[in-house]
Ligand binder design. Structure first.
Ligand SMILES: Nc1nc2c(ncn2[C@@H]2O[C@H](COP(=O)(O)OP(=O)(O)OP(=O)(O)O)[C@@H](O)[C@H]2O)c(=O)[nH]1
Ligand SMILES: [Mg+2]
Length: 577
């Protein structure tokens, strides 16, 4: 870099006479250690508050990114998702209308394979049942009447259950249907907690119990519909419904036990195809739009931290804790977050980072459903650092962790299939959240995780330091100290384009400041480049003027000496390196 080169050359030739203009300082100089400590987490308040309280130079900073994101929000005015003919088709497949006011009392049946190779080793039926209950409880006006585990030899049988089991279940269903008293509590549907039920399985069970039968896919879609408020999320959910309808229609055609009243007519098939085509176009637009946003962030050189994890692990809560953004609303519901949103926060070194909140992952969800959210998850995958938030208080913590890791792997594979360049996952920081709920937080199995609690805000300071360290490494940012004139143009430039960790007056010459900054190579280059900035080297020139002029002449640099006694060195492009 020019500045460093000049500094070195000046140092070499005038070792006795001049101080170094720039002191490379990684790790930090001890003189600023105290300032740094003061700036640590306590200063990491939301961007808005921070701007109000900072030095006046900082009022010239670039706009905070979340404002830009808002201005850039994806709007869809061309696609009308309301279509009564389509509604008829989707309701037939899902057994659910979009009316979220309708109360439901649900019998949850968790089938599981007890023995053999088809047994699910990653999670227990008890945990699956708990997750199924959480899914039902995520819907307003829905409640669990009863939940049961049912061991089976296989999950592929036509009626799913054997004759004896069906009889047993019928008695339970009949009892629940006749519940006296509160009519709201009377059983209204069955939820068989399996990824998808084939059309044949559904229709056999429905005719046997005379109640609608739902599977995991349809319940999750219903939750997603409820939580999808932005245009983008609504399009993604609408798209996620389609593979399910097609699969059910295919099953219905194959099934000998075709349920009268539900198989697709040619007109309905055409409605689906048209809708699919339009939605695909919209998703393509979303992808392009996301790319634009991503490039915009890149231009601004904000480091990006993607926060991923199993649903309900505390992703939104963590971002809220790190950014102090009051508008964020963590909820004790599955799939509460459906939009990938960006939120600015400060690292201990005062560097602004963008945290991306993402859609949660869940096991036993068909890939077709997740694929519709891939456009938004790609954003996360292209971040500088990924935070994997894990709910360590959850009994299935290990299975959830493995599921997220596997999904990230398959998303990586997808990106590699699509792109020309080889994609590599950014560094992943594993975070153990909800540590406050653990009886003994010293559990050795969490030793390599960073333990935090978004509830009592513990462990966040350490987490921020780790994020910072990773970001500086990955984005090739450096921490250096630059000596500039107090109130000069460089000072303003640095406030605008670099993260200022601390400043302090040069003890020998109080009109100069030592600025401890985090800066990218590119910005350091710009600081020295006349195209972006007319760089001045604040050297004690008055008495050394002739010497420096000679030095610069010999070095082949153009120079001007303005009236104020500052020495301005104009660096030609060819001399930059
Ligand atoms: N006790 C405790 N509860 C927490 C902690 N962090 C989050 N929660 C709670 O966990 C629930 C889920 O939090 P969210 O932040 O919405 O989780 P999420 O990962 O964003 O969930 P989705 O967006 O649905 O995928 C909320 O009720 C939070 O209050 C924690 O550290 N301790
Ligand atoms: Mg969330």
């Amino acid at each position: 870099m020019f500045t460093i080169n000049v500094a070195r050359r000046l140092q070499a030739s005038t070792r006795q006479q001049y101080k170094a203009l720039i002191i490379t300082a990684t790790p930090r100089l001890s003189v600023i250690e105290d300032n740094f400590k003061r700036l640590k987490y306590t200063r990491n308040i939301g961007v808005k508050g921070l701007r109000n309280s900072k030095h006046h130079f900082e009022s010239k900073e670039q706009k905070v990114p979340d404002v830009e994101e808002k201005d850039f929000a994806y709007e869809n005015d061309s696609l009308n998702l309301e279509d009564s003919e389509y509604e008829e088709v989707v309701n037939g497949a899902m057994r659910l209308t979009r009316n979220f006011q309708v109360a439901h009392s649900v019998l949850i049946i968790q089938p599981y394979v007890k023995w053999g190779p088809k047994r699910n080793m990653s999670t227990s039926p008890e945990d699956q049942l708990t997750e199924a209950e959480a899914l039902v409880n995520s819907l307003p006006n829905w409640h669990v009447a009863l939940s049961l585990k049912v061991p089976l030899e296989s999950l592929e049988r036509n009626a799913l259950f054997g004759k004896g089991k069906l009889e047993e279940l019928k008695t339970i269903v009949n009892d629940l249907r006749q519940t006296k008293g509160d009519s709201d509590k009377r059983l209204t549907c069955l939820f068989v907690s399996k990824g998808t039920l084939s059309f044949a399985q559904k229709s056999i069970l429905e005719s046997y119990f005379n109640l609608p039968v739902l599977d995991r896919y349809s319940i999750v879609i219903h939750i997603l519909r409820l939580h999808a408020t932005s245009a983008e999320a609504r399009i993604q959910v609408a798209m996620a419904e389609l593979p399910y309808i097609w699969a059910q229609a295919k099953d219905a055609n194959l099934s000998k036990s075709r349920r009268v009243g539900w198989s697709l007519t040619d007109t309905q098939k055409e409605i689906l195809r048209t809708r699919e085509r339009k939605l695909k176009q919209e998703l393509e637009r979303i992808r392009t739009h996301r790319k634009l946003l991503r490039n915009k962030r890149k231009q601004n050189h904000y480091p990006i931290v993607a926060v991923v994890g199993y649903t309900n692990a505390g992703k939104t809560s963590l971002i809220k804790a790190l950014t102090k953004e009051q508008s964020m609303q963590p909820k004790d519901q599955l799939f509460a977050t459906l939009d990938v949103t960006a939120h600015a926060g400060l690292l201990p070194c005062n560097l602004k980072a963008i945290y991306m909140d993402t859609v949660g992952f869940m096991s036993d969800i068909p890939t077709g459903l997740i694929e519709c959210f891939v456009a938004t998850l790609e954003d996360a995958m292209l971040a500088d650092v990924i935070l994997h938030i894990q709910d360590v208080s959850h009994s299935c913590h290990q299975a959830q962790k493995e599921h997220v890791e596997k999904t990230l792997e398959s998303l990586t594979h997808n990106l590699n299939m699509k792109g020309e360049e080889k994609y590599q996952l950014p560094p992943i920081i594993n975070v153990a959240n909800k540590i406050d709920l653990l009886q003994d937080e010293k559990t050795p199995q969490f030793d390599n995780l960073l333990k935090v609690s978004c509830k009592n805000l513990s462990g966040l300071e350490e987490l921020l330091s780790v994020i910072e360290k990773n970001i500086l490494e990955v984005t090739a940012r450096r921490q250096i100290i630059i000596r500039v004139r107090n109130g000069g143009s460089e000072m303003a430039w640095l406030y605008k384009h670099a993260a200022v960790v601390s400043t302090q007056a040069d003890q020998n010459e109080p009109e100069f400041m030592l600025m401890d900054v985090i800066i990218t190579e590119l910005q350091l280059h710009r600081l020295n480049n006349p195209k972006y900035h007319f760089h001045s080297l604040p050297v004690e020139l008055r008495e050394k003027r002739d010497f420096i002029a000679r030095f610069l002449k010999e070095s082949g640099m153009k120079s001007t000496i303005p009236e104020d006694g500052f020495y301005y060195i104009e660096i030609g492009r060819e001399q930059m390196n």
